[in-house]
Design a protein around this ligand. Structure first.
Ligand SMILES: [Fe+2]
Length: 388
């Protein structure tokens, strides 16, 4: 994140001696991106964060992925996924490539303490509430919230009483698009959201305990570390690398007299992908406008859309419902549902109340074999006016 934050007790000078009242030293941890050459935070622990008394493998993380061959658009219904498990065990993978893993997570139990050492984790909450506890402090999350957990942040999710969310594990870092930011990192006035819309951990979260387990995810699988002392022992931190939340309702849409393409809806980016929001907004308002997407061929991207709220006018009759996910891959031309373009002209100057989020990946996505159990058969033919 570009904005500097300071939370809790920190020393007057960075990398200086920082002592408790009894004169003993706190332990300073640097969490820096790109080694020591980019954004970072300094965290001040009561105890050494490296004090590990046990370590064991908890199994391999190799999920079965299959090529999208023959090339098909896909439609998955997350409403068919039963709520169970926690935010670590309750991940239902839909698709993935080397850059991102997209899963739907359901949780009705507190997660273990957990850190992902291989990816940033970007949640989008669909239903339910949860308290997120991290070494940086606490955040509350509910419907419409994006929650970004940067790589390496020890945390746990406490559903209240349950949580249903998308989670994107990105091997590179999720960032605000650079075109929204000034040369010095402030959100520009033309950006569709700003620093005021971001919710950050409000204060230190301190817990006591000995022999505390933390699951660490790497590309090879999960490792269980047992720490000598509870990892929630940070009395203060400062910097620009920290978890935050952002509600999609705080995204101010950019509209126009004629069609505005998806880049105006962008909210985040990561290497080889972008994330966009489609939120309630005025449709195109010139009397000659066609307020519906054109057919498009996604020449350089696979398009993953989650339909969160509303009825989806341009694809009404396709089987898309609240909680569906469509995957429209490169090489497959798609667009409005048959008949919807004829009705679109009547919608000039009206509003749409749809809420959807989109991930466009610049490298092909492979399919999790498990996703077939929630896939709608025959989605390929949903654009065909006459049944095949
Ligand atoms: Fe599309």
């Amino acid at each position: 994140m570009p904005s500097f934050m300071k939370v809790g007790d920190v020393p007057r000078k960075r990398f200086s001696q920082f002592r408790r009242e009894d004169g003993s030293l706190y332990s300073t941890e640097v969490m820096g991106l790109e080694g020591f050459s980019s954004d970072f935070s300094l965290l001040h622990h009561r105890h050494a964060p490296s004090s590990i008394v046990a370590c064991e493998s908890v199994g391999s993380a190799q999920a079965e992925l299959i090529d999208n061959h023959p090339l098909l658009p896909r439609l998955w219904h997350t409403g068919r996924i039963e709520t169970a498990g926690d935010t670590v065990s309750g991940r239902f993978m839909l698709c993935a490539n080397a850059d991102v893993v997209a899963s739907f997570v359901t949780a009705s139990a507190p997660s273990p303490l957990y850190r992902n050492a291989a990816a940033d984790e970007l949640f989008f909450v669909h239903e339910g509430q949860a308290r997120l506890e991290t070494i940086f402090g606490t955040l509350q999350a509910g419907p419409g919230d994006y929650v970004l957990l940067p790589k390496g942040v020890t945390h746990r999710w406490l559903p209240a009483p349950s949580l249903r969310a998308l989670v994107f594990e990105t091997s590179g870092h999720v960032k605000v698009p650079s075109r929204y930011l000034s040369a010095h990192g402030q959100f520009l006035q033309t950006a569709p959201f700003s620093e005021l819309d971001l919710r950050v951990p409000s204060g230190p979260l301190l817990m006591d305990g000995e022999g505390v387990d933390v699951l660490v995810r790497t590309a090879a699988g999960l490792t269980r570390y047992t720490f000598e002392r509870h990892p929630f022992d940070v009395v203060g931190w400062f910097g620009c690398n920290y978890p935050f939340a952002f509600n999609i309702a705080d995204f101010s849409p950019i509209t126009g007299s004629f069609h505005r393409p998806p880049p105006v809806h962008q909210v985040f980016e990561a290497p080889n992908m972008v994330f966009c929001n489609f939120v309630p907004r005025m449709l195109d308002y010139d009397s000659r406008a066609m307020p519906i997407p054109s057919f498009h061929s996604n020449v350089d991207s696979d398009e993953f859309i989650f339909y969160a709220e509303g009825n989806f006018f341009s694809r009404r009759g396709s089987g898309i419902e609240r909680g569906s996910v469509s995957l429209h891959p490169a090489g497959h031309v798609h667009g409005p549902h048959p008949g919807s373009t004829d009705k679109a002209a009547e919608r000039v100057g009206q509003r749409t109340e749809e809420v959807a989020i989109m991930l466009d990946t610049f490298r092909p996505l492979r399919l999790a074999s498990r996703a077939a159990s929630v896939e709608q058969a025959g989605y390929l033919h949903s654009w065909t006016a006459r049944a095949v």
